[in-house]
Design a protein around this ligand. Structure first.
Ligand SMILES: [Zn+2]
Length: 260
C-alpha cells in the first residue's frame, strides 16, 4: 500500500562487468604476516620467488580530513542509452587511506549504470568524467566531519547527504554500513549511492509502503527500515518503484570517530 508503480518501457541497458565491488574493501582487519621464505637451498644468485598474497583492502580515515581530493579518471562507458546527459566527477578525500580511488569510482559507476538504476527510465544518461572535464555534479567520498562541512546542515557526521551539486557519501557508512540493514555491505553501498544521487535528480524522501515490501530507494534506510526490506534500486522489474512522500523521525546514531 502506498507504493506506486509507474509503468515504464523496459530498458535494455548494456552494463559492463559485474558489481565491481571486489576492490572496494571490507571492514578493517589485520593481515597476517607473510610466511618465512627459506633461503637454505640454491646459490645466492637465485633469489627465492616472492610469495605475493592478495591483501584485503583496509580502509582507514580520521574523523576530520583536510578536504583535499583525489579525482577518479573518466569511465569508459555511460549509463543509459538515451535522454538528458548528466556528467559527474568522483572525488575521494586524500586522508582516506587504503581505498583504491578508481575502484571506488568504478563501484559507483557500476551502481549508477545498473539496469535497475536511475537511467532505467530512458530519460537520463549518467557519465563519469575525469580531472579537468566539465561536470554537472560531484560525488564526494568524505571523512565524517568534512561531510558536515560540505553538507552544511544535519551535521551528524553519521549520514550522507546531498547539497546542491554536491553528493556527499560519508566514508564511515561506506566502510561500516549500518546496523540492522539485513543485507550485505555491497547492497548498502549501492543504496547510499542511489539514494543521494536520487536527491540530486530531484527526489525527496519517501515512506515504506507496507511490512515486507522492498523499501523505496528514497526511504531513509540508513536510519530504519520500518518493516520494509533493504532495497537499493529505483527500478524493480523494469518499473519505477517509489513510496509516498515523507520521512520518519528516527534517531541518528552517534558521530563517527574515524578508523585508524
Ligand atoms: Zn536522503
Amino acid at each position: 500500500m502506498g507504493v506506486t508503480r509507474v509503468a515504464t518501457a523496459a530498458l535494455t541497458t548494456a552494463v559492463a562487468g559485474g558489481l565491481g565491488l571486489a576492490a572496494c574493501g571490507a571492514l578493517p582487519q589485520v593481515t597476517s604476516a607473510m610466511p618465512a621464505v627459506s633461503h637454505a637451498a640454491k646459490s645466492p644468485a637465485h633469489a627465492p620467488a616472492k610469495q605475493v598474497r592478495p591483501r584485503p583492502e583496509t580502509i582507514t580515515y580520521p574523523a576530520q580530513g583536510d578536504a583535499r581530493w583525489r579525482t577518479a579518471p573518466a569511465a569508459g562507458n555511460t549509463g543509459g542509452d538515451k535522454g538528458t546527459l548528466l556528467r559527474y566527477r568522483v572525488v575521494v578525500e586524500s586522508d582516506i587511506k587504503g581505498l583504491n580511488v578508481r575502484g571506488f569510482a568504478d563501484a559507483v559507476a557500476t551502481t549508477l549504470n545498473d539496469p535497475r538504476g536511475w537511467t532505467a527510465g530512458g530519460t537520463l544518461r549518467l557519465r563519469r568524467v575525469g580531472p579537468g572535464d566539465a561536470y554537472d555534479f560531484t560525488i564526494y567520498l568524505a571523512t565524517p566531519l568534512t561531510r558536515d562541512r560540505l553538507c552544511e546542515s544535519g551535521l551528524d557526521s553519521y549520514t550522507s547527504c546531498r547539497n546542491g551539486d554536491k553528493v556527499v557519501l560519508n566514508v564511515a557508512r561506506w566502510v561500516k554500513g549500518v546496523p540492522d540493514f539485513g543485507a550485505s555491505l555491497a547492497t548498502y553501498r549501492q543504496y547510499m549511492v542511489n539514494h543521494e544521487v536520487g536527491h540530486r535528480l530531484g527526489h525527496g524522501h519517501e515512506l515504506c509502503g507496507g511490512r515486507g515490501d522492498p523499501a523505496p530507494v528514497m526511504q531513509q534506510q540508513t536510519l530504519g527500515l520500518h518493516g520494509c526490506t533493504a532495497n537499493p534500486w529505483p527500478y524493480l522489474d523494469g518499473e519505477r518503484y517509489a513510496g509516498k512522500p515523507g520521512a520518519y523521525d528516527d534517531k541518528v546514531p552517534a558521530a563517527d570517530r574515524g578508523v585508524s
